[in-house]
Design a protein around this ligand. Structure first.
Ligand SMILES: [Zn+2]
Length: 157
């Protein structure tokens, strides 16, 4: 009887979709159809969550009031990636360097993660003002419909 089992190397390509939920779907539709970022507001404490979620994390009650927030915000933190990796949204190699940005949009009490178009760490500081840049061909995909964020040099405009 054969006792040695070999392993066979293979690659699985498994595209899939998942149900985004009604709150996140509304968020994605506002991005796609109106280039507008919406959150949901807690009726008790008044906090606004972006992206929208059903239950307030502090009050534990259902939130149903969708409110627009600004496409401008404050950069809270960032990291610049200089090593190659696979982009999970495309399956291909991610273009590097890549700056991941942690952002608080004006009118929101939560934070989002997206990318920043500046990759020179000498030109980036926490506290800088940033603005969303929307894609022209929006499809209902957060990391595509907001193409990136850019640093606002003059926030008075
Ligand atoms: Zn609340």
């Amino acid at each position: 009887m054969e006792t040695e089992a070999l392993s066979v190397k293979c690659t699985a390509d498994m595209p899939y979709n998942y149900h985004a939920g009604f709150y996140y779907s509304r968020f994605l539709k506002e991005l796609r159809d109106n280039k507008r970022i919406v959150g949901v507001k807690c009726p008790r404490c008044g906090k606004v969550y972006v992206p929208p979620r059903v239950v307030c994390r502090d009050c534990f009650i259902t939130m149903e009031e969708f409110v627009p927030v600004s496409d401008r915000g404050t950069l809270l933190a960032f990291t610049i990636t200089n090593f190659p990796y696979i982009d999970t949204t495309t399956g291909g190699p991610k273009q590097i360097p890549y700056t991941a940005a942690y952002i608080r949009l004006d009118g929101s009490d939560s934070n989002i993660v997206h990318c920043l178009d500046e990759t020179d760490e000498g030109k980036i500081r926490a506290g800088m003002r940033v603005q969303a840049v929307f894609s022209d061909d929006r499809t209902g995909d957060y990391f595509h419909d907001i193409d990136h964020f850019t640093i606002i040099r003059d926030d008075s405009v």
